[in-house]
Design a binder for this molecule. Structure first.
Ligand SMILES: NC(=O)c1ccc[n+]([C@@H]2O[C@H](COP(=O)([O-])OP(=O)(O)OC[C@H]3O[C@@H](n4cnc5c(N)ncnc54)[C@H](OP(=O)(O)O)[C@@H]3O)[C@@H](O)[C@H]2O)c1
Length: 343
């Protein structure tokens, strides 16, 4: 198989590191890999497939002769560099929120809307981590029995914020156990031994931007503008793995067993649901896995035609790097990207 010339922008970050791991694990067909980050990391060496590669500062010239550019360096950098990369001929798969709700940019979770990749114009957006894991589980149920309303309550790990937040939890946990005072830098309050109902900025409607991303992105990915959605997103002192309690109202009656039957066959989903033996997913056990895990499926006692479920996934893998690489693999499978196609 011919290989692709791949660039990873933000290669030194948590998602960038996961990109490298996933590309290696899946033997992604590459003839070259270009590791890009800020000027702070220029000259640093990272290993890819046992080869030492030097990290370069990201610049407009970085994207010459790149077929696929995987971006995870924040919205501002994506907004500036992604169009440059796309104009140079690369297909950009962007992990930031910069382009997700732009109508001309497909927002893709391959298990749900792979066909949307086809109409990209150089940039494809990777959804928010908490939205990705939710739609992988909700979409097969929606196909069987259209969803009318969803309420998301999330419990999101600190790695979702990046490397600095992982460091902040590590330092604060030690300080609290040593009886010392903590000083928050990344979050507005102490995150160790605490939970914070604030992810991203507050909007005028009282929701946070993270909550509103779940509302808008779920509708865009599932092509379902009429689903009523609400969300409360909470940061918890967990290193890796986002958990979500999802309350779903369907058009028709649906039993927990019917939902289990559908989800047992759904792509990318793993059912862990046996309360008799305390079998349900939790972030500690799910970190490092590719699938989206679901358990605790039960009737919602407060509402007819409704179920409640507990959904957990690794936010750095399916929530970020893996989903983006699955998009690239889908393009390769359908011959939508040509190796050596970029000038
Ligand atoms: N973490 C998640 O679960 C997750 C999930 C979905 C999407 N995302 C998105 O992915 C992006 C990165 O997240 P992360 O968790 O990997 O953050 P991170 O650990 O803080 O890493 C940030 C990366 O961006 C690079 N960077 C910063 N400024 C740059 C610049 N001016 N030019 C080029 N590169 C620059 C950094 O390079 P240096 O090391 O040189 O500073 C680093 O490689 C964000 O947009 C985030 O919203 C994250």
């Amino acid at each position: 198989m011919d290989g692709y010339r791949v660039a990873v922008v933000g290669a030194t970050g948590l998602v960038g590191q996961e990109f490298i791991k996933v590309l290696e694990e899946r033997s992604f067909p590459m003839t070259s890999i270009h590791l890009l980050a800020s000027d702070r990391s220029a000259g640093k060496k990272l290993f890819v497939n046992h080869r030492e590669i030097e990290v370069k500062e990201t610049a407009p010239e970085s994207f010459k002769k790149i077929d696929i550019a995987l971006f995870s360096a924040g919205s501002e950098n994506s907004r500036y560099f992604s169009p440059i990369a796309a104009r140079a001929g690369a297909v950009v798969i962007d992990n930031s929120s910069a382009f997700r709700m732009v109508p001309a940019v497909p927002l893709v979770v391959p298990e749900v809307n792979a066909e949307d990749i086809k109409w990209h114009k150089g940039i494809i957006a990777n959804p928010n981590c908490s939205t990705i894991q939710a739609v992988v589980v909700l979409y097969p149920l929606h196909q069987a029995n259209p969803i009318k309303r969803i309420i998301f309550d999330t419990y999101q790990s600190v790695s979702g914020t990046g490397a600095a937040a992982v460091e902040e939890l590590t330092v604060q946990a030690k300080q609290v156990l040593d009886g010392q005072a903590t000083t928050p830098h990344v979050y507005p309050h102490q995150i160790a031994f605490n939970v914070l109902p604030e992810i991203d900025v507050f909007l005028d409607n009282g929701y946070t931007k993270e909550e509103w991303k779940m509302v808008e992105e779920t509708r865009k990915i599932m092509h379902a503008d009429d689903i009523a959605i609400s969300a409360t997103c909470v940061r918890v002192p967990v290193f890796t793995g986002h958990s979500e309690a999802i309350h779903v109202e369907f058009s028709q009656p649906i039993s927990p067993d019917e939902a289990r039957h559908i989800l047992a066959q759904a792509p990318g989903v793993k059912l862990l649901d046996d309360t008799a033996i305390s079998l349900y997913p939790h972030p500690w056990s799910v970190a490092g896995s590719d699938e989206v895990f679901v358990g605790r499926i039960r009737r919602d006692a407060s509402q007819p035609n409704s179920l409640v479920m507990w959904v957990v996934a690794d936010n750095l893998r399916k929530g970020a790097a893996l989903n983006a690489i699955q998009i690239a693999e889908e393009m390769i499978k359908h011959d939508w990207v040509k190796p050596g196609g970029a000038k």
